[in-house]
Design a protein around this ligand. Structure first.
Ligand SMILES: [Zn+2]
Length: 384
């Protein structure tokens, strides 16, 4: 059973702003003991109020907020990932490469290029050999975007569904579709396992996807920033953005293979939040900014710091994994931040960088580690 119903041992909080209304829908996540009116701190900014409320709740009522969580399921009927040596049947590799080039991670261009999802192999074909696998919603959620124009994306036709998992907004992506089911449009609620589309091989890349390699490209993401369109215009004034905030660059992936395998292994003990918190650190930075959307949307990733509680928050220390996903944030007071730069690199896990270099977030120059342009850009997007 991949669908779990469980009581979390620690608290979670329905977030203000976008996605808030999803908290009470059956089958998703139900968090009791709303704290909305318990801790009002009028002198603080909206972000600080929300963050403080969450941290106070976690401290004062560690077991009082019960959430019924759900896990993710497979995006098609192909579940060979769970079989021993089933990878060959589950993943599609790139042309001339093994299945291992169809997984999430530094698996393209000799490890130098990042593939941010799973390429799940086709099981069913019509008489012409075209894929016809039903594509299924990986969890209960709400459709937030459908791209019907394959020419506008290397994802081809794609669908994005928002899920609320343990208080976290998670976005699943289903790409290269041949057909999106009628009625599947932004705002439509879907249930786990619901048939939302048909597998295809749509894309705007020059080489295309052969019948042989037909697959659904499946992602699980966190949303970097709802102000992405403005950020993108400022950073890439000459480039088009046809998809608003639903541009792939604004979606920060976690490895769906590890999520699915961890769920299978841990059963009812699996916690998505713990999975996120347990990412391996690539580097640690500090940013001198105190209000940005990530703090509001992913409050459970913030750790408490009593010094910053007492002295006031002057910035955030952020741990990033090798893909550039911020998975731990610690508020820091002015007295705890050395140096004056807006963004500073504090440390690098050299073994992790050697193992997974493809996001090119840090580099060594003259014997010293520094953030690359890509690293600085990622932090700029997160804190914009
Ligand atoms: Zn792919």
């Amino acid at each position: 059973m991949l669908r779990l119903r469980q009581t979390l041992p620690t608290s979670s909080l329905s977030l203000e702003g976008e996605g808030q209304g999803e908290g009470q829908r059956p089958g998703q996540i139900r968090c009791g003991g709303s704290s909305r009116h318990l801790f009002l701190i009028p002198a603080l900014s909206r972000w600080e109020r929300v963050v403080k409320r969450f941290l106070l709740l976690a401290t004062v009522f560690p077991a009082s907020v019960n959430c019924i969580a759900q896990a993710f399921s497979f995006p098609t009927a192909n579940r060979a990932l769970l079989e021993s040596d089933g990878e060959e049947k589950f993943f599609v590799g790139t042309v001339g490469k093994s299945w291992a080039s169809g997984i999430f991670g530094c698996v393209r261009t000799d490890g130098q290029q990042f593939h941010e999802g799973l390429d799940v192999r086709c099981l069913q074909r019509d008489r012409r050999g075209e894929p016809i696998d039903p594509v299924l919603a990986a969890a209960d959620g709400t459709v937030v975007y459908v791209n019907h124009k394959p020419g506008l994306s290397n994802y081809g036709q794609y669908v994005i569904v928002r899920h609320l998992v343990e208080g976290l907004e998670i976005y699943s992506v289903y790409a290269h579709l041949s057909e999106v089911r009628e009625g599947i449009a932004s705002g439509r609620e879907v249930r786990l396992g619901e048939h939302i589309a048909i597998m295809g091989r749509s894309t705007n890349t020059r080489q295309g996807i052969s019948k042989d390699r037909a697959h659904v490209h499946f992602e699980l993401n966190l949303l970097a920033n709802e102000r992405f369109p403005e950020w993108y215009r400022n950073n890439f004034p000459d480039q088009r953005n046809d998809h608003g905030r639903w541009n792939g660059q604004n979606l920060l992936g976690v490895d769906p293979r590890l999520v699915l395998l961890s769920q299978e292994r841990e059963g009812g003990r699996f916690r998505f939040l713990e999975f996120l918190r347990n990412q391996t650190e690539l580097c640690r930075v500090v940013v001198r900014t105190t209000s940005f959307p990530w703090l509001l949307r992913y409050t459970p990733l913030i750790r408490r710091n009593r010094i910053a509680d007492q002295e006031g928050v002057a910035g955030y220390e952020i741990a990033l994994n090798y893909t550039g996903l911020p998975f731990q944030l610690i508020p820091r007071s002015a007295s705890e931040i050395a140096g004056r730069a807006q963004t500073q690199l504090l440390s690098v896990n050299e073994a992790e960088q050697a193992k997974h270099p493809c996001a090119h977030l840090v580099t060594k120059r003259g014997g010293r580690w520094e953030l690359t342009r890509a690293g600085l850009r990622r932090l700029d997007l997160i804190t914009y």
